[in-house]
Ligand binder design. Structure first.
Ligand code: HEC
Ligand code: HEC
Length: 187
């Protein structure tokens, strides 16, 4: 008489496992882990002139970058060892947490920003309307201009690799880079 009981237990267990999401992203665990990040990236993920803002950044993009630092395909002496210590689940959780934070606006030189208004349109196709980003395409809106200049220069010089961005940064002048950084920083 214990066959029906067993089958009830089996079906209960089955429905429990089926109800569990396969790759549960745990934002609360991400928030806890973010204690290792906020010393540089800010308690609200807002960053500063040295450290990029992560607040409201695209989760997909954050994960791609953390994996790139871990694999050393994006190089940075500070971020490489930090990313090397993170598991795939840590990365997903941290990305869920930082992407959920309200956006911040670093601001930028108003005259420079105005000069870049027309040129910036060519960036929006990938970086989204108003630079809010889209999946693998990072949010640029509100990002610190100094950081944006540094990244655009790295793409231009080829020390940061990405076929789209190396071509685009390679085709714009240093003046344009400064102006575009001020423009996106003030969005
Ligand atoms: C000691 C300072 C420091 C700490 C701590 C730190 N970071 Fe960073 N992080 C940086 C710097 C500097 C950069 C910019 C690297 C560059 O110029 O390419 C950066 C870049 C990043 C980027 C790329 C952002 C972008 O827009 O491309 C991500 C994502 C990131 N950090 C996530 C994290 C996470 C998650 C943690 C915690 C587990 C963390 N960082 C801890 C200094 C730090
Ligand atoms: C064809 C699509 C495309 C266009 C157009 C484009 N980008 Fe990008 N951009 C990307 C991708 C993809 C990345 C992420 C690269 C990576 O994964 O390292 C990126 C990354 C960046 C970054 C690094 C952001 C960070 O947080 O580190 C900056 C800055 C940037 N783009 C600025 C611009 C500007 C300014 C323009 C317009 C002049 C522009 N992009 C046009 C695809 C594009």
């Amino acid at each position: 008489m214990n066959t029906p009981k067993k089958s009830i237990i089996v079906s209960l267990l089955l429905s429990f496992f089926l109800a569990m999401p396969v790759l549960a992203v745990d934002k609360a665990a991400g928030e806890q882990k973010s204690a290792n990040c906020t010393g540089c990236h800010g308690t609200k993920g807002e960053g500063n002139t040295q450290f990029p803002s992560l607040a409201a950044q695209q989760a997909t993009y954050i994960v791609i970058q953390l994996k790139a630092f871990k694999a050393a395909s994006r190089t940075n002496p500070i971020m490489q060892p930090i990313a090397a210590d993170l598991s795939d689940a840590d990365m997903d959780n941290l990305a869920a947490y930082f992407s959920s934070l309200p956006a911040v606006k670093a601001g930028g030189d108003a005259t420079l920003a105005k000069a870049a208004q027309t040129k910036a349109v060519m960036c929006m196709g990938c970086h989204g309307e108003n630079g809010v980003g889209n999946g693998q395409f990072p949010r640029l809106a509100g990002q610190h201009p100094d950081y944006l200049v540094k990244q655009l220069t790295s793409f231009k010089e080829g020390s940061r690799k990405n076929s789209y961005m190396q071509a685009i940064a390679g085709s714009i002048s240093e003046e344009d880079i400064k102006a575009l950084a001020a423009y996106f920083g003030s969005l």
